[in-house]
Design a protein around this ligand. Structure first.
Ligand SMILES: [Zn+2]
Length: 598
């Protein structure tokens, strides 16, 4: 059948090629118009179907060729390799095979290049490498690039293509969302331009972090872009999605992207946006220019040096780890803790808030769409100290759970939280967040109103907030929906709470195509407080008694003492130091090591 089709196409292909002996590997089928196409023709047409205009995915290398001036792209010499934080047996092997097969070292290529003569820092993600998923190397490379853009005072361009955070690296991948977002707050504060280009597909943790944070967000025609995948949404809402849902055109209409750009216009569009941004300080640019060039060369040369310093830091970190003694008296399995964390009897955010604080008043609304009750916000006091409190709120029974959307926030919940964070800064109040969610709600309306953007924006605001933030995981801390309010100076976890990239069921389903292996996944995911302390994702464990009722007031006392103590300690810090402390905490998550050089 395939051969027949090929023969049929062979004659029409002759228009552009004289080759007669055509091999199977030279053909591909267009998903959209189902035509069998000669690969060379597609390649010469910017990887666009000559028949129907469908966009095929473009390799990172091709994309760099497309947008930069010839021979101007200099890749950052970052010899970093991923460690295997969850110690998954086949992961290292898989990476090695992929490298061999794709001839690319990771899911992103980063460097500097000229666009019609204008210097930029450019990161291009690669779909051929685990669907552009973000693990610690991708997070590190993107963060490094953002920091280079700041150092060199250059505009930043990130071309996104990604299925989201990388499952194989678990919570370390999740934390890369906070790390990259925090770096972008620094770029923002330097007044530098960031252009994000969304290509097919851009989903999950990438949508919910740097992809949605561009000063200008561009997208390719027909690209699929969203937070939750279409299948997950359909399963959640029990109906099929409308045509064109989550396409670039849909996002343009919903107001989440600035412009859809054809590939043939991409370089010119990027050039214009950079140029428009430059006009305001033309004079200043001219003076800096020659110095900047010197600086650029210096930086490229010093990359190797920086890397060896990082390696030493890593080794020190590992050595120090041996000194961490964990007093794990209560030997529960990870799965048992998952069950405790999810128990309907477990105390909810409001119960903690009302017990920990002397006074609390809840306030409502995002001032834009509605008051989503999956997150509660308000003002609270311990003694004379004022706090802003934000908590993910589950219900205790069916009625309450419906009202609270089972503790799964919609975008307006995060936007409400952002409003309260900004107010906290204005009135110099520390922010205390309580994390307890299965994840952000994967619904149709949630996508329409920009779930990914809301999560990204919440992390962005937290990363630059000039007051102390303490995040406390009290139950289920799952996915970007939890991390959205988790960017704290200090992150505490209750002993029987969990914190992970995804639910164990979702994890098993994605990685092994079998959600019934959730129990096994839980053991591998390193989602317990003890695992996360060891991975340095959290700062402290609050112990819990096995008796929920009896232990509750003791646990609350401990949390109250921790809050008071941390705020006391932080009272010596000025605003900038508060931001830096938080930045460094997330900057250091995600280990990396140098590839052994021969
Ligand atoms: Zn086509």
């Amino acid at each position: 059948m395939i051969v027949d089709k090929m023969k049929k196409r062979e004659t029409s292909a002759k228009k552009t090629t004289s080759k007669v002996d055509i091999q199977v590997s030279k053909w591909l089928k267009c998903d959209k118009c189902k035509e069998i196409l000669y690969k060379e023709n597609v390649k010469n047409n910017l990887s666009i179907c000559p028949n129907c205009g469908n966009y095929f995915r473009m390799s990172a290398k091709k994309r760099i060729e497309l947008i930069t001036d010839e021979s101007t792209f200099l890749e950052f010499d970052l010899n970093i390799d991923n460690t295997n934080p969850l110690e998954m047996e086949d992961y290292v092997k898989k990476i090695a095979i992929l490298r061999e097969k794709t001839k690319v070292s990771e899911a992103v290529i980063c460097g500097t290049g000229k666009i019609n003569g204008l210097d930029s820092v450019i990161c291009v993600m690669e779909s051929k490498f685990l669907m552009g998923s973000m693990g610690s190397v991708v997070g590190e490379k993107i963060t490094y690039s953002i920091e280079k853009a700041i150092e060199l005072e250059l505009p930043l361009i990130i071309v996104c293509v990604s299925g989201g955070a990388r499952m194989q690296e678990g919570v370390i991948s999740l934390m890369q969302m906070a790390k990259t977002t925090a770096a972008l707050t620094k770029l923002h504060e330097k007044g530098l331009l960031y252009i994000s280009l969304l290509t097919d597909p851009t989903y999950g943790g990438v949508t919910a972090s740097f992809a949605s944070l561009g000063d200008v967000i561009l997208a390719e025609p027909g690209a699929m872009i969203g937070f939750a995948g279409p299948r997950v949404i359909e399963q959640t809402i029990g109906q099929s999605l409308p045509d064109g849902f989550q396409t670039s055109e849909f996002l343009l209409e919903q107001g989440f992207i600035d412009k859809i750009v054809e590939r043939s216009n991409l370089k010119e569009t990027l050039y214009k946006i950079i140029k428009f941004n430059k006009n305001s300080n033309e004079y200043k640019e001219k003076i800096i220019d020659s110095g900047k060039k010197r600086e650029l060369n210096k930086v490229i040369e010093s990359n190797k040096k920086t890397e060896s310093v990082k390696k030493v830091e890593l080794n020190n970190k590992i050595e120090n780890k041996e000194n961490i003694t964990i007093n794990n008296q209560n030997e529960l399995t990870a799965w048992e803790r998952v069950e405790i964390a999810r128990s309907p009897k477990r105390k909810t955010a409001l119960e903690y808030i009302n017990t920990i604080f002397d006074e609390f008043i809840e306030l409502h609304g995002d001032r834009s769409f509605k008051d989503d009750k999956a997150i509660v916000c308000g003002l609270a006091k311990i003694g004379n100290r004022n706090f802003t409190v934000i908590g993910e709120q589950k219900g205790r029974n069916v009625k309450e759970n419906i009202e609270r959307n089972f503790g799964m926030p919609n975008p307006e919940s995060y936007r409400k939280a952002i409003r309260f964070m900004n107010q906290a800064e204005k009135f110099n109040r520390p922010v205390i967040t309580f994390i307890d969610t299965k994840g952000a709600y994967p619904g149709l309306g949630a996508e329409e109103r920009g779930q990914g953007e809301a999560i990204a924006r919440s992390m962005f605001e937290m990363a630059k907030l000039k007051v102390p933030i303490i995040a406390i995981v009290i139950g289920e801390g799952s996915s970007g929906g939890a991390l959205a309010i988790g960017v704290g100076n200090k992150v505490l976890m209750l002993e029987n709470s969990i914190y992970s990239i995804l639910s164990p069921e979702g994890y098993a389903s994605i990685l092994w195509k079998d959600s019934s292996r959730a129990k096994e996944a839980a053991e591998k995911m390193k989602l317990t407080a003890y695992d996360l302390l060891e991975l340095e994702v959290i700062d402290k464990i609050i112990t819990e008694s096995s008796n929920i009722e009896d232990g509750f007031s003791k646990t609350c006392d401990q949390i109250r003492n921790e809050i008071t103590q941390i705020i006391d300690e932080m009272s010596n810090l000025n605003k900038q130091e508060i931001v830096e402390q938080r930045y460094n905490k997330f900057r250091n998550i995600g280990k990396y090591q140098e590839i052994n050089k021969r």
